[in-house]
Write a protein that binds this ligand. Structure first.
Ligand SMILES: NC(=O)c1ccc[n+]([C@@H]2O[C@H](COP(=O)([O-])OP(=O)(O)OC[C@H]3O[C@@H](n4cnc5c(N)ncnc54)[C@H](OP(=O)(O)O)[C@@H]3O)[C@@H](O)[C@H]2O)c1
Length: 187
């Protein structure tokens, strides 16, 4: 079982542009033959911050529209927010706030041997890192630069450094880097 931060980033290290848009990513459509189907098969629980959750609500689910879409994940999902956010009907979504450690314990138990996916944003992944709870960073780098936006992982991780485990590429637009996070579990 691993806790993985799996995301897509611009070459200059942003996961959303300054307006929280992902148009720079979706301009490429759905890249074929990525590892996402394989990745999500092994995910047992999911965590995300409120900006990410609200992005999914506004861009995919669209509650109140003519044809609202169902929640895409069957895994239980923990959404971090200090605010009261609307749930999505039929989805197992648990709203939480504060310390990530007790939430991580719940997520590991719910995952029952599968992996924990930190969807983002970067600071939330950083909060898991701060407590030694992040095992892997898997970043698919799109061949664009954004000049600013939501940072990939706003932490200094230098010594020991991340360990590069694998490199993959898809077409002429995407390179995926998989890193192991140095073990600094503090409980
Ligand atoms: N490129 C990709 O593959 C990818 C992947 C994921 C996300 N994204 C995008 O990247 C952007 C990320 O946005 P973001 O940087 O703002 O990150 P985020 O993690 O989605 O949202 C941050 C917000 O979550 C809440 N939060 C975080 N930790 C918390 C805690 N411990 N307790 C309580 N609340 C907590 C806070 O808001 P409140 O307390 O005010 O609610 C915080 O401002 C979004 O636009 C998203 O759509 C892109």
């Amino acid at each position: 079982m691993k806790t993985q931060y799996y995301t897509a980033s611009s070459l200059d290290g942003f996961i959303a542009d300054p307006h929280n848009s992902l148009d720079w990513l979706f301009q490429f459509g759905e890249p074929e033959d990525t590892d996402y189907p394989e990745f999500i098969r092994d995910v047992g629980s999911i965590a995300m911050g409120s900006t990410t959750y609200e992005w999914i609500l506004n861009h995919h689910i669209r509650p109140g529209s003519d044809r609202p879409q169902p929640w895409a994940y069957r895994q239980p999902t923990w959404v971090f927010s200090s605010r009261s956010l609307p749930p999505v009907g039929g989805a197992d979504i648990r709203f939480v706030r504060g310390d990530v450690r007790p939430v991580h314990r719940e997520m590991v138990a719910a995952a029952a041997g599968k992996n924990v996916w930190i969807v983002g944003g970067g600071d939330l992944a950083g909060q898991f890192y701060d407590h030694g709870l992040l095992d892997e960073v898997i970043v698919t780098v799109a061949s664009v630069t954004l000049g600013g936006g939501a940072p990939l992982l706003p932490r200094a991780i230098t010594t020991p450094s991340l360990r590069l485990v694998s490199v993959n590429s898809w077409g002429d637009r995407f390179a995926q880097l998989r890193y192991e996070v140095p073990n600094r579990r503090s409980g």
